[in-house]
Ligand binder design. Sequence first.
Ligand code: SF4
Length: 141
Amino acid sequence: MTNRKRVAIVPCSCIGKTYGTVSREAAYEVTEDMRPAETQLVPLSLLVLGDEAARAAVAETPAVTIDGCKLACATKMVKDSGGTVAQDFAVLDVYRRYKPFKPQGIAELNEGGQKLAHVLAEEIAGVVDTLGASSEGDQNA
Ligand code: SF4
């Protein structure tokens, strides 16, 4: 692993909304399976509580936020915590691009929701790769 900083992945936190569940599932897939060395999950709830470690994580690294609706809680909270949002994803926008993957369910997503979370995770991983490449360029400058 290099010494470059890990990208903060911040999903929004509504427990009762399908799009919120998609946002968290995508975040888990990126941070646990796809890019575990390059990313870290920062729960929105910890930012809301003012947790020092969570605030430091978004202050020190670029963040990728994932919001389940237009209220954009994750994006707003990262900015309010002094962080920089490198890319903000809205689940609804992603769904508009992948209409066959209609998400349903809350505690457990249907197949469409799982597929939507997966393609969203792939898009996030692509952003993480771009951020990593640019920070390596900075180190070599
Ligand atoms: S962005 Fe929407 S779905 Fe996500 S936590 Fe806020 S209100 Fe809930």
